[in-house]
Design a binder for this molecule. Sequence first.
Ligand SMILES: Cc1cc2nc3c(=O)[nH]c(=O)nc-3n(C[C@H](O)[C@H](O)[C@H](O)COP(=O)(O)OP(=O)(O)OC[C@H]3O[C@@H](n4cnc5c(N)ncnc54)[C@H](O)[C@@H]3O)c2cc1C
Length: 381
Amino acid sequence: MDFTLSQEDQELVSLIDRIGAERFQPKAFERRNQDGHPIDNMRLLGQLGILGICLPVEYGGQGRDALSGVLAIEHIARWCPRTSISATMAIAGPGMFIAKWGTEQQKARYLPMIHTGEGNMSIALTEPQAGSALTDLATHAEIRNGVCRLNGHKTFCSHAGWDRHVLVFCRFAPGTSGIGAVIVERDSPGFTISKPHYHISGTPWWELFFDNAEVPEENVLFAGGGFRKLMSSYSLERCAAGASSIGIAQAAFEMARQYSIERKQFGRPICDFQLIQEKLANMYLALEQARLLLYKAVKGGQGSLGRLESSAAKVAATEAAVFVCDQAMQIFGGSGMSREMPLEWMYRIVRTATVAGGTSEIHRGMIASEIVGRRFNHRAG
Ligand SMILES: Cc1cc2nc3c(=O)[nH]c(=O)nc-3n(C[C@H](O)[C@H](O)[C@H](O)COP(=O)(O)OP(=O)(O)OC[C@H]3O[C@@H](n4cnc5c(N)ncnc54)[C@H](O)[C@@H]3O)c2cc1C
């Protein structure tokens, strides 16, 4: 197997590493409690064509494969975790759903805003009673006389309070099995949004309320019957979450490696102690194994990736990142536990990634289902 990156991907990675070191890293830690997307970084990434790297060329994107997308996210994350979270949504989020399944009108309206960094779109799947059991979602839509009316309640929607649009997954007509998706604009009548809540990472999330919320019928992406297709596009976002986690963990690893060389105890650098060496070796192994699974899952893909490979990549990458950041904190000793140092924040970010985008348990279930060759029924009764 050839593990060499193409010339184009090598150039992409060195461009991001250059702007990351010069422009992103100096302010990265300050951004941990920032209100709003890191819009200056997003605009720069937009101008360089990086936010639209996987979007179709006809709509201003670069039409490159999923490997270029995850490489971009991984390298952005090394320099600025906060920017990588926003960039993940732009590169691998709702824009990819619209590019694949949207009408020409939807693509022309929304994709340019996404790839320039001017109009991020959030995604609303989770409901208070439908988290892992997504097919239980109760938010429903009805189309009449050219208007789509939504009723329901969504939760845990990252960034929704900052974004102009949200892609809402809903059932078409209550009690039916057809799940589809609708693009809802922020100022739509009947659509309200809670005050912000916060994940342990400091990233905000909002609850969304739809009370006969009205959007034009043209905003409907799938009027039911689209659940499988929509979820197949979600696999890129899962791999992207893995890429962001690996990028953050790589930065933690570099910090710990350097610290182990500089920090002296008992008159010697702490990297002279075999127990520290073991940690560094295990961190390296975890990162490299996860990265290989991730690149294998996305290489040559264009959005709809293999279920087995993308679940495996997501679990391996996010769990490796938790392990690596945890070990990096340990190598830093007391400083690793300090809120004045970025490591504990980096740990908190990667820790949330084992739940966001489907929990590790749900992805292990999907892996087992692919291995055994049948779907398991989790439903009671
Ligand atoms: C940082 C972050 C960002 C998020 N962003 C968004 C977003 O932008 N939009 C959005 O819609 N949602 C978002 N979410 C929500 C996320 O998708 C859900 O939290 C996740 O799918 C789990 O759902 P739940 O919280 O209801 O947990 P539950 O489904 O209630 O699960 C609770 C526990 O039970 C386990 N469990 C459940 N079913 C099974 C099973 N069949 N087998 C084994 N174990 C099981 C789970 O793994 C978990 O450990 C985000 C979450 C986080 C943490």
